[in-house]
Design a protein around this ligand. Structure first.
Ligand code: FES
Length: 280
């Protein structure tokens, strides 16, 4: 069992938990993820490792309550435990040692961007970050991101804080004004990552995205997490989760992400009264 040592409510639907997982913390690198199961008969979901401490033997997970499993996870409090957790999985992000990188994080995608910025800043890379959310109350990890960025731009769709518009629009503004990053890293909802790639393509800037498809085993055997990249089928869990965004088949990825929307709704409706049932 993986005990929750600390819990923070970042927004009404986004939670941060620090979990005791010494073996995972020992090996974790930016860009990797874990697969968790909240209850015996529950599904397995991938969650990016948002931070880790080898000294304390902990990993930090940030999740948005969108489906039944994340809602059940959100009910766990400090002192409770996650039933099981496997990782670190996936290929660590190939982060540069120098130069200028623009890190773009949308919504809960700011969490996976954070450890990458932290590591790049440690290496001496100039990190310019753009983070965004629908509105000010939904922005997460702003202070943490400021600490690991040379420059931080905050965007909200409704204009309640910072730049009024999408992160991709802010990026376009900076590039048009003459910013020339060596690469861009974007993490967030699929439409946001696609829009970011559309912005960087005409400028010829290498753009990495972090895909987060449905996963089952997380070890390359089931095929649930497949994405098409450069015309080839890749398994996100073993070949990713970072890919060259200019080569991703976005239409297919978006279609696949919505495949189980009805089942998810039914599961949530069936469990409408499960508010008190934590797990097992
Ligand atoms: S989750 Fe099964 S192959 Fe990736």
């Amino acid at each position: 069992m993986y005990q929750i040592l600390k819990k923070r409510v970042l927004t009404p639907q986004t939670k941060l938990v620090v979990v005791r997982a010494p073996y995972v913390a020992e090996k974790a690198e930016p860009g990797q993820f874990v697969i968790v199961r909240v209850r015996e008969e529950g599904e397995r979901i991938p969650l990016t490792i948002a931070d880790y401490s080898r000294e304390e033997g902990t990993i930090t997970l940030v999740f948005q309550e969108v489906g039944l499993t994340t809602k059940l996870l959100g009910l766990l409090e400090e002192g409770d435990a996650i039933l099981d957790l496997v990782g670190p999985l996936g290929i660590p992000a190939q982060l540069p040692e120098a130069g200028v990188v623009v890190a773009v994080g949308g919504g809960v995608g700011v969490a996976p961007i954070y450890p990458k910025c932290k590591e790049m800043t440690k290496r001496g890379v100039r990190v310019i970050s753009i983070i965004g959310a629908r509105s000010q109350e939904l922005l997460i990890l702003e202070d943490e991101m400021r600490e690991v960025s040379e420059e931080l731009h905050v965007c909200t769709d409704d204009g309640s804080k910072g730049f009024h518009g999408f992160v991709s629009e802010k990026l376009k503004e900076l590039l048009t004004a003459g910013l020339k990053p060596d690469e861009v890293i974007a993490v967030g909802p699929l439409p946001m990552m696609r829009a970011t790639c559309e912005v960087t393509k005409p400028f010829g800037i290498k753009t990495w995205v972090s895909m987060n498809p449905i996963m089952v085993d997380g070890t390359g055997m089931c095929g649930a997490c497949r994405v098409t990249v450069g015309g080839e089928t890749k398994f996100c869990c073993v070949d990713g989760p970072m890919f060259d965004g200019h080569l991703v088949d976005w239409a297919e990825a978006i279609r696949r992400a919505n495949m189980y929307r009805d089942e998810e709704r039914i599961a949530l409706e069936r469990c409408a009264g499960c508010g008190g049932e934590k797990h097992v």
